[in-house]
Design a protein around this ligand. Structure first.
Ligand code: NDP
Length: 329
């Protein structure tokens, strides 16, 4: 099995030097075990936070050990009748081409006619995150104007499409004109390229002349400050992530206008998708028909081979992906 190990902890932006590609020989299978060959793995911004040695909702990666993360694969040898050869499984043993499991950490992919990698993206953790953030945290209503940052990314692109299906007016922000075109093609009403827009608050005011009711926060920093300025009274902010801060070595200053949370009577709530895995079936119940009917489209960027997994991961912080960033193993 080829594996990626974390060999040093980054300061600032991580680099290839923090990782090592290692080849290991797996032992023979014991009773009850299966050999899984991973076919796809996910790279995600939260993994940057796991490179730091600190307590959080998920333990840090250990130095000199293989990392982990979402993956899908196929059972290629089996001593476990629950997972026969050929079974397609999702797992949390990414960053490696193959591994041995007793089955406890494996989930058979549902019998839905979709490409396997969609279970890492639009109908996996990513899609669930967008759906939970909008429907459970922000309590989305059809009359809402919704602002989504990192709108062309994995979570953002699904959030935009769900909000449009709810009947909302949707505004997205993205880091390039090419991404703006993609997001417009998904039906988003107005798109801001935050790299060329100049004053982000001004650009957001123009894109949302009647104000924003829901902000789906993926970025933080200047984006949050601009959103606070343009929010309507009783607006809701679902804090999904703040990627602009992930590579900062010291805590970043908060927006200067936090008082607006008070004066506009805003609600701001963070969430972690892991706490909502019990909602997965309800989510699939909505998402599977949307996908089947072509109402939601999956966008993805694919890097080939575990040798390029680190490049794919680092690419998240350089905006190299449109839609879900994936590695095909
Ligand atoms: P994306 O596919 O959105 O990839 C990251 C994107 O963020 C890049 O493509 C880039 O797009 C943008 N970006 C990177 N750096 C910056 C920056 N400094 N300022 C502004 N934009 C930046 O990743 P995901 O969809 O997987 O994740 C999106 C957000 O959701 C992250 O904050 C992540 O941590 C969070 N998340 C939270 C979960 C939860 O449970 N709460 C679960 C999953 C994700 P561009 O070119 O537009 O800059």
């Amino acid at each position: 099995s080829k594996q990626i190990h974390l060999v040093s902890r980054p300061t600032g932006v991580p680099s290839q030097a923090n990782f090592n590609l290692v080849e290991v020989t797996l032992p023979d299978l014991q009773a009850g075990q299966v050999l899984v060959k991973n076919t796809w793995m996910s790279v995600d911004p939260y993994m940057r936070n796991r490179m730091i040695d600190r307590e959080s909702y998920i333990p840090p990666f250990q130095l000199g050990e293989v990392m982990d993360g979402g993956a899908v694969g196929e059972v290629v040898e089996s001593n476990n009748p629950q997972f026969p050869v050929g079974a397609r499984v999702s797992n949390i043993s990414g960053w490696r081409t193959a591994f041995i499991s007793n089955g406890e950490d494996l989930t058979q992919l549902p019998e839905v006619d979709l490409p396997d990698q969609h279970f890492l993206g639009v109908i996996g953790m990513t899609g669930l995150t967008a759906w939970v953030g909008l429907t459970k945290i922000a309590q989305l209503k059809p009359t809402d104007t919704v602002f989504v940052s990192a709108a062309s990314g994995a979570v953002g692109s699904v959030a935009c499409q769900i909000a449009k299906l709810y009947g909302c007016r949707v505004i997205g922000s993205v880091g390039s004109d090419e991404k703006a075109e993609m997001v417009k093609a998904m039906g988003v009403d107005a798109v801001i390229n935050y790299k060329t827009a100049g004053n982000l608050t001004q650009a957001l005011r123009e894109a949302a002349p009647e104000g924003i009711d829901v902000y789906f926060e993926n970025v933080g920093g200047e984006h949050l400050e601009a959103a606070l300025e343009v929010m309507n009274d009783y607006g809701r902010i679902a804090v999904c992530g703040m990627i602009a801060d992930y590579n900062a070595d010291s805590p970043q200053p908060g927006p200067a206008n936090l008082l607006l949370i008070n004066t506009k009577k805003l609600t701001m709530q963070g969430f972690i998708v892991m706490d909502y895995f019990d909602q997965y079936e309800a989510f699939v119940g909505q998402m599977a028909p949307w996908l089947a009917e072509g109402k939601v489209k999956s966008e993805e960027t694919v890097y080939e081979g575990i040798e390029h997994a680190v490049e794919a991961f680092l690419g998240l912080f350089e905006g190299r992906n449109k839609g879900k960033m994936l590695v095909k193993l």
